[in-house]
Structures are given as structure tokens and as C-alpha cells.
Design a protein around this ligand. Sequence first.
Ligand code: HEC
Length: 295
Amino acid sequence: MAHGHKSDEKIVYVGDSRVIKKSQEQRLIPKDYSAYPGKSEAFIPNFLLKEWMVGVVVLVGMLVLVMSDPAPLGYPADPKNTAFIPMPDWYFLFMYQLLKYPYTSGDYVVLGAVVVPGLLFGGLLLAPFLDTGKERRFYRRPIASSLMILSLIACTYLTYTSWSHYQVELKEKNIVPEHIKREEEMHANKGAAGGGGAKETKKSAAIVAADDPGAEIYKKATCLSCHGAGLKGMPASGVPPLLGVGDKHPQEEILGIIKNGKGNMGKQYQANIDKGLSDADINKLAEWLSKQKVQ
Ligand code: HEC
């Protein structure tokens, strides 16, 4: 390789003979690997093989992790589910938060959605052309460094704010995020499956006393629209099943829940009276529900 030349060497010219080929030092180009005999290796097959083996180890590690602790998925999408707060992935939270401010949303949404991110990412894209200084130390490049530090602080702040808003919203609406619910369910199932091989350690609940007059009243009551004909509720939307509810609440408590509501369930008493049920019917309904026991 003909990089560099000593003074007694013949000067090498590039194409146009007035341009002298620059020496190694002048061109700031690393030496060719042939300058390090015995310290380099062939890319194919030696280096590639090593890379490949590292890749295989990483891949196997990843597979083991994935199989030992599967990532909990959400429930299938349900447009009727109001107990679901859509959130972007964490690395987009700062953009998400940006779009909540008055001058980046509503009438100004173009500013928030296109102009600001466009300037930021465009600037990043053009940085090599805009910032052509040779200096490498960050404290000698005040403009580039302060812009970078400023954007880091902004991103951190926006991400943090977005996340804490989300947490507050979850708490206010009393929502457990789907992936956490799913994970809990999965662990519960695992625990049950591990219990002496008996898959049905938690006896699947069935409707008790289906011929009770309360069952008929239930079908006429408001409860049906949320808790369902099979008393199974809508777990994806945060409506608990009423199967086995008798284990949790005695008749009086169920009556209290009907009259006063509970969490996301509003008061139901008046709505059922309006539907033509009597106070006695509602008592019978509560009695029937209190009989819903698994054991
Ligand atoms: C608008 C939907 C809706 C209707 C209608 C409704 N519920 Fe509920 N119910 C819920 C939700 C949501 C919860 C969970 C409340 C919570 O704990 O945050 C719930 C919880 C309950 C609970 C407590 C269950 C537990 O595991 O602690 C009982 C009991 C109950 N409902 C009974 C009834 C009865 C009886 C009716 C009819 C008179 C009824 N619900 C009508 C939505 C509804």
C-alpha cells in the first residue's frame, strides 16, 4: 500500500499532477491493516465467524428469557372498553407530552406535530453540515453542546411529566393497566397449574340456584348490561364477574353496592325501580347474588 512517503521516496501525484498526494498524518486516515502484521485478521471467514458466534449466544439468551418469562400482552382490542388509556411506547412519550401544550395542540397542532419535531430531527440530520468545526471537546463547542444538553433535559422532563400524568390518570379512574392485569392472571394460572398437577384448583364458578326468582329478576335488571347473562362480567373493561360474589360480599353488602355503587359502578337502585322492579325484587336479587358461592 502506497500511503505516506519518506523524503527519499518518489513523490506520488494524484490524477491532476499539481495536487500532491497527502501523507498519512495530513489526511487523518487510519493506517491500512497491512501496517499491523500479525495483529489483524481476515474479515471472511475469521471475523465473521466470531461475530456469528456472539450473535448466536445473544439470540439463545434472548430466547431463554422470552420463554421463561413471556411478555404479557394486553387483551384483544375492544372499542367498547372505556377503561383503557392508550399510551405510546416510552421512547415517544416526550412527543406525546409535547402535543398536550396549548401552543402545540388544537389550532397549533401542525406546530407541535410537524414544525417542532421537524426542526429538532432536521437539525440533528444536518448537524454534520452545520457544525463543521474540528474541535471535539464538548466544552469547546458551546452551541452544539448546549443545544444537545437542552434537548436532553427537555426530553427527560417531557417523558417524566407524561408518565406521571398517566399514573395520576390511572389512579383517578381506578384502572389497572391491562398488561399488569394479564401478568397477574398469568401468574395466578401458573400457581394453579403448579398445585399438584390439578389444573382446576380454583373450581370454575358456575351459576348457583339458576331457578331462583332472583335469577329472573337479574335478567330484567340493569346489572345484565355490564355483568352479563352468564355473570362473567367484562374483565377487559374492569367489570368483575358476579360468579362467586357471595364469597366476597354477604347479601347486605350487595344491597349496599346496588344502592350506593362501587368504584366505577354507579348507583343502580333508582334505575332498577324505574325499570319496574320493586324494592322487594331488589332484595331478592341481592339474596340470589349472595348465594353465588364457588365452594
Ligand atoms: C355500568 C355497568 C354496571 C352495571 C349496570 C352494574 N354493575 Fe356492578 N359493577 C360494575 C363495575 C365496573 C364494578 C367494579 C367496581 C369497582 O370495584 O371498582 C362492579 C362491581 C359490582 C359488585 C362488586 C363485585 C366485587 O367483586 O367486589 C357487585 C356485587 C355488583 N357490581 C353488583 C351489581 C348488581 C347487582 C347490579 C345490578 C343491580 C350491577 N352490579 C350493575 C359495573 C356495573
